[in-house]
Design a binder for this molecule. Structure first.
Ligand SMILES: Cc1cc2nc3c(=O)[nH]c(=O)nc-3n(C[C@H](O)[C@H](O)[C@H](O)COP(=O)(O)OP(=O)(O)OC[C@H]3O[C@@H](n4cnc5c(N)ncnc54)[C@H](O)[C@@H]3O)c2cc1C
Length: 495
């Protein structure tokens, strides 16, 4: 991939950002035959795209808000994603417990509409369940005053693994995708953007990369790239933090998730089985600064524990939390003049310099976002017109064994095999890449991940050919230290 940077004189499309939006755009562009390069400053999906609630959904919340168009689009994308990534996305049952008489008809009708909107791509009909049927599916729901529930279906997925799968599919279609390559500046000719300055973060080597189109797909970092384009640019992103807590399965045994459509203060709360654990979330907290490793706030942790405790027979305590993680939503404030005119949840801006920015949306709609932005790039830059094919494109790995989510139960031989695959085929460069995004050990149990780090560092050092004994030991030590400082933010302080 790196050699391509020296050998290709100019690209059709250069994408900044390797989250869901950027990777989806790289796949869309490459599969239309465009010469495509993508740069991610850290690892693929290190940003928001590995920190979601893991739902492939139309968004019952958006339905409540009356945003019919958005829900219809997301439900269609949900169906396509289930078809094209069956190894990473599956059908998930949810119950909406009813404790008040009006909740059953209210949510029942809403979810019937949700079913209908999915049309041919629906995942199963919603149903009214009695109290007994509800407790069979979710035995730890608080039975006091429980009247019954509404059962419905949505999709659930592994976000970081899907990102890797999209990156691999894009590479197969001819895209060059690079992690640990921060973009540090934009190239301009006659006031038009014509490429980027990038640096190989692992070697320090810098490159000047020419491209007909540059697309800014950097999520909450959107403004930093827009400032490279126009130093007077005024921020358009208001970041909002959402956190998740991971607890053991005994808080919600079985395979059914719980959805609380409205907490006291009007939020949606989920408890969703994910691998052998339960994901609890999320929050919506405006924050002033953006960081690659946002940290859950004490009040967010308390909010989730307090509210989920009201619906379960056993209240989870801070000491029950195995891991926690925070993600940042790139909410767009106000209206920017030059939008694409597309009325969707995502927004596309085209600057006078030609820089194209895409932001907003959600994981579920990444494919459609990519299709829209590549259509615009083609229209604006006179690239050869070609049709999007990603609706029908199976994603990489659908015919292979899926890597394990956690690694503690593996033998050394099995571990070696997965480390080998991650390094050789998935561009895994650091211990954190392996424990956080190639597997999900860090998100599932932070203590176990920290215990595993020295072994993983050892195995990876061999795969990465760190032959020289001094640098080899130095590399291992550095990797363990780096990992431990990141992992510390995933462990709640129980005091
Ligand atoms: C708490 C929470 C829960 C969510 N749950 C769901 C859900 O269940 N389902 C769903 O569909 N959606 C969900 N979403 C939304 C979804 O996660 C996001 O819409 C999506 O991940 C955004 O992807 P992105 O690629 O735009 O941004 P990001 O994933 O943040 O990617 C941007 C990337 O750009 C990189 N970058 C920045 N600057 C540079 C630079 N100078 N050079 C190179 N690279 C750079 C960053 O490192 C980053 O990796 C959730 C969001 C949050 C916050």
């Amino acid at each position: 991939m790196i050699q391509q940077l020296d050998s290709v004189p100019g690209w059709d499309i250069c994408i900044i950002g390797g989250g869901a939006t950027g990777l989806g755009t790289a796949l869309d562009a490459a599969s239309r035959g465009l010469k495509t390069v993508l740069f991610e400053q850290h690892d693929f999906a290190k940003g928001t795209s590995s920190r979601s609630t893991k739902l492939v959904h139309g968004g019952v919340r958006y339905l409540q808000q009356g945003n019919i168009k958005l829900v219809m689009e997301a439900l269609k994308e949900r169906g396509l994603l289930l078809r094209n990534a069956p190894h990473l996305v599956h059908n998930q049952k949810f119950v909406v417990p009813n404790y008040k008489w009006w909740e059953k008809p209210f949510y029942g009708i809403g979810l019937k509409i949700y079913d209908k909107m999915a049309g041919k791509l629906d995942l199963g009909r919603s149903q009214f369940l009695s109290k007994e049927e509800t407790l069979q599916l979710a035995p730890t729901l608080d039975p006091e005053d429980l009247k019954g529930s509404v059962l419905y279906h949505d999709g659930q997925f592994d976000d970081a693994r899907l990102a890797i799968s999209i990156a691999q599919t894009a590479a197969k279609q001819g895209a060059t995708v690079l992690n640990y390559f921060p973009v540090n500046g934009l190239l301009k000719m006659q006031k038009k953007v014509c490429g980027v300055w990038v640096k190989d973060a692992l070697t320090g080597k810098e490159y000047e990369v020419k491209s007909k189109v540059v697309i800014n797909a950097t999520g909450v970092f959107t403004d930093s790239i827009m400032k490279m384009d126009d130093p007077k640019h005024k921020n358009i992103i208001s970041p909002s933090q959402g956190i998740h807590l991971i607890v053991d399965k005994d808080f919600l045994p079985g395979d059914t998730a719980i959805m609380i459509p409205r907490t006291d203060d009007g939020r949606v709360l989920f408890a969703v089985p994910w691998y052998d654990k339960i994901v609890l979330g999320t929050t919506d907290t405006p924050v002033d600064t953006v960081s690659a490793e946002p940290v859950p706030l004490q009040e967010e942790i308390e909010f989730i524990l307090k509210h989920i405790g009201r619906y379960l027979t056993k209240d989870p305590q801070l000491s029950d939390v195995k891991s926690m993680f925070a993600g940042l939503r790139p909410l767009v404030k106000g209206k920017k003049k030059k939008t694409s005119g597309i009325a969707r949840d995502h927004l596309i801006y085209i600057a006078d310099t030609g820089l194209i920015t895409i932001t907003g949306g959600k994981w579920t709609t990444y494919r459609k976002m990519a299709e829209d932005v590549v259509d615009i790039a083609i229209e604006r830059s006179g690239l050869l017109r070609s049709t999007c094919i990603t609706k029908e494109l199976l994603l990489n790995g659908h015919d292979q064994p899926v890597p394990p989510s956690s690694v503690s139960a593996l033998t050394n031989d099995q571990l070696q095999k997965w480390v080998h695959r991650a390094v050789q085929e998935e561009m895994c460069m650091t211990v954190e890449d392996f424990l956080s995004r190639r597997t999900r050990q860090l998100l599932l149990d932070a203590n176990v991940a920290m215990e595993m780090a020295p072994l993983i560092a050892n195995l990876m050092s061999k795969e990465l050919n760190k032959d020289d004994p001094d640098s080899y030991r130095g590399w291992i030590k550095e990797q363990i230290n780096n990992f431990n400082s990141v992992a510390a933010c995933y462990k709640p302080a129980t005091g």
